[in-house]
Design a protein around this ligand. Sequence first.
Ligand code: NAD
Length: 259
Amino acid sequence: MQRLKNKTCVVTGAARGIGRAIAARFHAEGGIVVATDIDEAAGAATASAIGCRFEPLDVREEAGWSRLARLVPVADVVVNNAGVTGFESGAAAHDPEHASLADWRAVHRVNLDGTFLGCRYAIGAMKATGTGSIINISSRSGMVGIPGAAAYASSKAAIRNHSKTVALYCAQQGWRIRCNSIHPAAILTPMWEPMLGSGADREARMQALVAATPLRRFGLPDEVAAAAVLLASDEATYVTGTEITIDGGLLAGSAASPG
Ligand code: NAD
C-alpha cells in the first residue's frame, strides 16, 4: 500500500542527507514530490535519481517562497528540513562567549527564518483544502543545551516551539492542518563532515559519538524518513503539536547508575 498516494509533498534541503532520504521515501510511497534546495546542481541530480521534480529554493528568501507558491499553490505535505550548523564554512567559534553576531544571525536565518517562511507557505498551500501535514526538522539540540553550538541549539529550540504554535493556530482555524517536529541526533550525513574532519583523530571523534549513543551507532537518514512518512500519512491524523526524537536513545536519560 502506498501511504502517500497522490499527495503533493514539498521537501526543503532535499539535495542530500536527511532531506534526500525523505524525498525518496515519499516518492516510493506514491507522493508527488517537489524536491527543493539552494544547491541547484546537486538538487537537480538528486531529483533526477529519485524521479521527482526539482525547484531551486533558498529557504531564507521570501521571494523564493513566493515563486514556489506560484508554481506549487496547493500542497498536502511540507517538510522544512533545510538546515545548517554554522560549521560549514570553517571553524568559527559558536560558543555563547565567542560567537559573532553575524554567525549567530546566519544560522538563525536558515534554520529559523527558513522554517517560519516554510510554515507560512504551507498554511497558504493547505488552507484551500483545509488539510495537510507540516513537518519541521528540529534536532535533539533543540531540546538540550549545546555549549559549542549556541546558535544551532537556539534555532532548533525555536523550531520546536514554533511547530506547536503553528499546530494550535491551524487547529483554532478549524483546519485539519497538522504540524509536528522531528528531533534527530547523530544521523550520518554530509552535515557531519566539517565537524569530524579528515585528520588522524576523525575515527576517534566518530567513536566518541557512537559511544555516547545508547544504541552504539549512528542513525541512518532513512530512519528519519520513516518517521516523516508516518507524520505525512493519514495514519497520523490525530497527531499534531508533538515531537518525535530519533536519536538512538540519547535523550532518554543519563547512563549513570543510581546512588
Ligand atoms: P546536510 O548538510 O547533509 O544537508 C542539508 C541540505 O540543506 C543540503 O542539501 C543543503 O544544500 C541544504 N541547504 C542549506 N542551506 C540552505 C538554504 N538556505 N536553503 C535551502 N537549502 C539549504 O544535513 P542533514 O544532516 O541532512 O540535515 C538535515 C536537517 O536535519 C537539518 O535541519 C539538520 O539540522 C537536521 N539534523 C541533522 C542531524 C544529523 O545528525 N545529521 C541531527 C539533528 C538534526
